[in-house]
Unconditional design. Structure first.
Length: 91
């Protein structure tokens, strides 16, 4: 979607790994930080802000849920025409 992103992050089991293994918050923070650096360089705007402060997370617990969420993400772009945040709908 032009105004948000969906993704499924698969984190392997951390059993037996040192206690300083990255958390989900650290991974999302890294994604946001590194991507905004690249975007700011591309558009030559060092003050550009694109990320909201928080994020929504959901633990996928089984294959059925995984398939449903994956389908939702795949089909989500089709909803952009009706999205209330689409600039074409701001009248």
């Amino acid at each position: 979607m032009p105004n948000h992103v969906h993704f499924i992050l698969i984190i392997p089991s951390c059993r037996g790994i040192a206690r300083n293994a990255p958390t989900l918050g650290m991974l999302v923070g890294f994604l946001k930080s590194e991507s905004i650096k690249q975007i700011r360089a591309l558009v030559k705007n060092p003050n550009l802000i694109i990320w909201q402060r928080n994020y929504y997370e959901h633990i996928i617990r089984n294959e059925g849920e995984y398939d449903r969420i994956r389908y939702y993400i795949k089909m989500n772009l089709r909803n952009w025409e009706e999205d209330r945040n689409n600039p074409d709908n701001l009248t």
